[in-house]
Design a protein around this ligand. Sequence first.
Ligand SMILES: *[C@@H]1O[C@H](CO)[C@@H](O)[C@H](O)[C@H]1NC(C)=O
Ligand SMILES: *[C@@H]1O[C@H](CO)[C@@H](O)[C@H](O)[C@H]1NC(C)=O
Ligand SMILES: *[C@@H]1O[C@H](CO)[C@@H](O)[C@H](O)[C@H]1NC(C)=O
Ligand SMILES: *[C@@H]1O[C@H](CO)[C@@H](O)[C@H](O)[C@H]1NC(C)=O
Ligand SMILES: [Cu+2]
Length: 383
Amino acid sequence: MFQPTAWAAALFAGIAAAQSYPADVVGKLAESSLSKLKDFLAKNPQGSCTYETAVKRREWSNLTVKERKAYTDAVLCLMSKPALTTSQAPGAKSRFDDYVVVHIQQTPRNHGSTFFLPWHRYYIWHYENALRTECGYTGYQPYWNWDRYAKDPANSPLFDGSEGSMGGNGAKEAHQGIPIPGAPRPYNMIPPADGGGCVTTGPFKNMTVNLGPLAPTLQITRNPRSDGLGANPRCLRRDVNKNAAAVTTANYTYDLITNNKEIYWFQTVMEGQFPQGKWGVHAGGHYTVSGDPAGDFYVSPGDPVFWLHHAMIDRVWWIWQMQDLEKRLAQVSMTRTMNNMPPSANGTLDDLSGLGVLAADVKVRELMSTMGGLGGKFCYMYE
Ligand SMILES: *[C@@H]1O[C@H](CO)[C@@H](O)[C@H](O)[C@H]1NC(C)=O
Ligand SMILES: *[C@@H]1O[C@H](CO)[C@@H](O)[C@H](O)[C@H]1NC(C)=O
Ligand SMILES: *[C@@H]1O[C@H](CO)[C@@H](O)[C@H](O)[C@H]1NC(C)=O
Ligand SMILES: *[C@@H]1O[C@H](CO)[C@@H](O)[C@H](O)[C@H]1NC(C)=O
Ligand SMILES: [Cu+2]
């Protein structure tokens, strides 16, 4: 028997469930930590950056569809402006590609090293600033709270392919899973999901990926240059993957923040402990997108959703720092090379970190605080 009321109620529940997310344990922890930040700022004023003046980066589904479109329009605008890096990277076609070039060039320095968290903080801020100053975007960099979509990322507000999404999943195309080097079975392979082909829906359905690949997880035509910086135009591919997303639920992030008191362990657990079969939330988020270039360690910023993932990485570091600001705003660890290969000295707050031709080197010390870092240019929190 047809029951219109039950049908309407079910439909309404579906819509409501898709759009409202109760605070998770990590969000509650962030909320309850803000008083520590206020106290710290009262004792250590940061010039014009105050608790009241700091801007708030917001979660993707907390933006209205109009706000999300303003963001993706600004990204498309960056993709339409001429590149500044063509002399080093003949494949770079746009200002958006400039950021991919810098990541490719600095990948070994900025992962598994002292620079991982501070450098990516600088990198995201600079990109956000380009969207605002070069493309008229008036909002701030949104983040992707992994937990919200982990159960079914392909049908989430981030990847459902609607105009308010970051673009859809890739078309279904047979492909392999993602090998996780050094991990024991069954953690040595992230099983493939239902995409793998070109993204055909949402704001980025027509985008061209120009650079790379360098470490492809799909069969992609090789770049004409060994450094990946030559022209290799192709479609954006994704394999939105809930197998990877399973390690990004809030309990993993909460555990990461609360059970690792030293930066060395916080960063190590975040970046993954593959020999122990632990992928970590960092790889988990990257491989939730997968495909090309999102699954490529070097070229991943060429998928626009990278920036929302790394904003979440930055948010998690911010929440971790708030637990003990006196100490954690000054804590770095690891060495100057990826996984200390080749061996190098421990990095320090006086080491330099920069964005190649895009932005000057600054001391790591300048990148430690979202509230007053970079000579006061950093002045943000996460909602
Ligand atoms: C899609 O991309 C092609 C090639 O870059 C371009 O010629 C075309 O105008 C684009 N279409 C839309 C609707 O943006
Ligand atoms: C998080 O929860 C899942 C599902 O209940 C569980 O399998 C996993 O071990 C938990 N992870 C952590 C780090 O607690
Ligand atoms: C480098 O850091 C490690 C731990 O992070 C520490 O054990 C070691 O003593 C440091 N080395 C030097 C030369 O400071
Ligand atoms: C979502 O936005 C509302 C205001 O628009 C805010 O009160 C709430 O804290 C936000 N929640 C999260 C988790 O960002
Ligand atoms: Cu990176």
